[in-house]
Design a protein around this ligand. Sequence first.
Ligand code: FES
Ligand code: FES
Length: 155
Amino acid sequence: MRFTLNGRKVDVRAHPMKRLLDVLREECALPGTKEGCGEGECGACTVLVDGAPVCACLVPFAQVSGASVKTIEGLRGDHPLQKAFVSEGGAQCGICTPGMILAATTLERGATRAEIQAALAGNLCRCTGYEAIYRAIEKSLRRPPAPVARKATRR
Ligand code: FES
Ligand code: FES
């Protein structure tokens, strides 16, 4: 079946009812997408399908035919969210981290704490207590300070 995976057109053979989570990990050799609950409750398996976060454990492979799928591997390790998770201690065991980061990529720059919490409502973390995660996301989405207007000087 043809679809776009992390920006590249691919043709992957797998049973159409196989979970997208398993196709990504087994047929596509992309283990960054994690399995937590396996039943749509924890968000650990979050990937983006056509830009929207979905639980890959609930999506049959057939459903992404012709779609664009992005996994954590598609961010290549240097995304501002990934850097902020490292600097703020937003990851401990790391099972929830790829899903948290992908869900957070849907937020606008300057998102408030409430908007971040709403966007991540479906992503559970059993380790961090969430504070470091929210701090990391706030840091990566912070607006750069507005440039200070300079007064023209006359000579
Ligand atoms: S593993 Fe998919 S939601 Fe928990
Ligand atoms: S870091 Fe362990 S579940 Fe979030």
